[in-house]
Design a protein around this ligand. Sequence first.
Ligand SMILES: [Zn+2]
Ligand SMILES: [Zn+2]
Length: 135
Amino acid sequence: MKVTEILQGGCLCGALRYQIDGTPFDADYCHCRQCQLSSGAVMMVWMDFKRHQVTWLNGNVTEFASSEKIRRGFCQQCGCSISYRHLDYPDYLTLSIATLDNPNLVTPNYHIYTDHQVSWLTLEDNCQRYPQSRS
Ligand SMILES: [Zn+2]
Ligand SMILES: [Zn+2]
């Protein structure tokens, strides 16, 4: 993953702003129902960081417990789905690629939960596809 600019991003209304130190260690498309229903879109595209790489410049993420161990972060004002974390992995934080100021800077590498990919969506890439989770 080649990123030459400092990654920054935020939500629709600007209440949440973040800056990244370095680059994500991985990135994926997720077609799961929880991502669909929490975002209102047919998939989320996520990038994975070590927690210390992410600095919040502005605002506080509000979190929803979408399952016992998963916390999905959103903006209280505009509702933007911005983050994802698993309570068992406190050193990691996942952010939505779409919330980058320039989403072209990070390219996802693989698809998960393609069992739930909507049938009318055609994605012509060479990425690995996993019917459920990768692990
Ligand atoms: Zn917002
Ligand atoms: Zn998902």
